[in-house]
Design a protein around this ligand. Structure first.
Ligand SMILES: Cc1cc2nc3c(=O)[nH]c(=O)nc-3n(C[C@H](O)[C@H](O)[C@H](O)COP(=O)(O)OP(=O)(O)OC[C@H]3O[C@@H](n4cnc5c(N)ncnc54)[C@H](O)[C@@H]3O)c2cc1C
Length: 395
């Protein structure tokens, strides 16, 4: 078995070296570096297209999904080896996708066979871009208060209401959406999880501008949107279970964001900005100590991620661990960007100049502020950790 895995590692490394273009071995530093796929997607470069198509052909956009759903059919150990080899070579993920990170796992667990066959291969091949319709103006942390209604019309639902902070709603093809289907039921039991096409009559989106100057998310409005009952995932009124399960995957994904995006260890990035003394140490001793502390914490966090992965594979992971990872990963990423800004000094604060990448550092730093809000705020993660991991008394 171990020998098989070693052979797989050797072959995988050779394949990646031969097939991952050099441009796709650079870290993803901004929105333009992602490949999101979808009906309206245009590739940023030939290299991006090649890398995407080669990985899709092997099912390696979703290596651990079975082949019938467009995956690579790899065992968990093989998928880990692939991830390690991609990391060692610095390969970008060929496809960034809410379908892969969030909806896919939920469909694999709760979807009907027909839903899996319909949606999973399109996710794997990057044909459909998904967005997430959870939050509403009065239902963020208290998500179960959501008011978007789905009225039963026999073979379909009629959906009315408003979502907010819907990331990429204006670019997405389909939405996975939480709706209140039973107004008389208790808060958590009257919610259903439905899927629908964003081009359905009655769907409109309005982008919201962020402090970082970007506009990646929208207000999303539904006005008598027809949703066939075939697109209900799980049971009517049973959407909360699906929603919670999906959130654990979203939180894991967010927890690893900072780790994935780094071109070099923070110490090396700071050394390039500040210079080193005759012993090769960072010139600023205070920042040096802060960065050393950060790198130790980051190494510990990476080990924690691996441990969680192993527990998941063994079926022993407490789902609430995803909250611990999300909390710590978000805080760590914010710290990383604070330190980068400190190392860059006033140069790092430039916003528009031609000189150093159009405010990349400061925009990146501002974007991290959202890490401790999206997917559930840090305070909410601490509540989950207190209740479900530490078993502390509470309300
Ligand atoms: C970058 C980004 C992308 C996002 N993308 C999406 C998306 O694609 N789809 C989607 O549906 N949503 C998305 N969201 C929305 C996100 O899920 C919500 O913003 C989040 O759940 C918080 O809800 P809220 O904004 O309504 O804040 P509120 O719930 O109003 O919270 C306000 C403050 O009160 C605190 N608070 C609230 N309740 C408690 C409590 N019980 N205990 C302690 N403190 C509490 C919160 O921690 C927070 O500090 C995104 C958000 C961001 C920042």
């Amino acid at each position: 078995m171990a020998a098989d895995l070693e052979t797989f590692r050797r072959e995988t490394r050779a394949w990646l070296e031969a097939n991952c273009p050099p441009e796709m071995r650079r870290p993803i530093l901004n929105e333009e570096d992602h490949c999101w796929g979808g009906r309206r997607w245009t590739f940023g470069s030939d290299a991006q297209r090649q890398w995407f198509e080669r990985m899709v052909a092997r099912g390696w956009t979703v290596p651990a999904w079975s082949r019938e759903y467009g995956g690579g059919g790899l065992s968990p150990d093989e998928a880990t080896v692939l991830a390690q080899e991609m990391r060692a070579l610095g390969c970008r993920p060929p496809l960034s996708s809410f379908g892969i990170w969030m909806l896919g796992p939920a469909l694999l667990k709760f979807g009907s066979e027909a839903q899996k066959r319909e949606h999973l291969p399109k996710i794997a091949r990057g044909e459909i871009r998904w967005c997430q319709g959870y939050s509403e103006p009065n239902a963020g942390s208290d998500l179960a208060s959501l008011q978007t209604r789905a009225e039963d019309r026999g073979d379909h639902y009629s959906v009315n209401g408003q979502k907010i902070w819907t990331s990429y709603a204006d670019k997405a093809d389909w939405i996975f959406c939480l709706v209140r289907s039973e107004s008389e039921a208790k808060k958590h039991t009257g919610i259903s999880f439905v899927l629908f096409d964003m081009t359905s009559p009655g769907v409109t989106t309005r982008p919201i501008l962020l402090i970082s100057g970007k506009s990646p998310f929208c207000e999303t409005f539904f006005d008598n949107v027809r949703v066939d009952k075939a697109n209900l995932v799980g049971s009517p009124g049973g959407g909360w279970e699906v929603a919670k399960y999906l959130l654990t995957h979203e939180r894991e994904m967010i927890s690893a964001i900072g780790d994935r995006a780094q071109p070099k260890p923070l110490g090396q990035q700071a050394a390039a900005l500040l210079g080193t003394d005759e012993r090769g140490q960072l010139r600023d001793p205070v920042l040096r100590a802060q960065i050393a502390e950060f790198e130790v914490d980051e190494a510990a966090f990476r080990l924690m991620l691996e441990r969680f992965g192993a527990l998941m594979k063994a079926g022993q992971a407490n789902p609430a661990y995803s909250s611990a990872l999300k909390y710590y990963g978000a805080e760590l990423n914010k710290r990383r960007h604070e330190l980068l800004i400190a190392a860059g000094g006033s140069d790092a604060l430039e916003w528009e100049s031609e000189r150093s990448g159009h405010g990349a550092a400061v925009r990146g730093w501002l974007r991290t502020k959202g890490n401790s809000i999206e997917g559930g705020t840090s305070e909410i993660q601490l509540n989950v950790i207190a209740r479900r991991i530490l078993d502390l008394p509470g309300t």
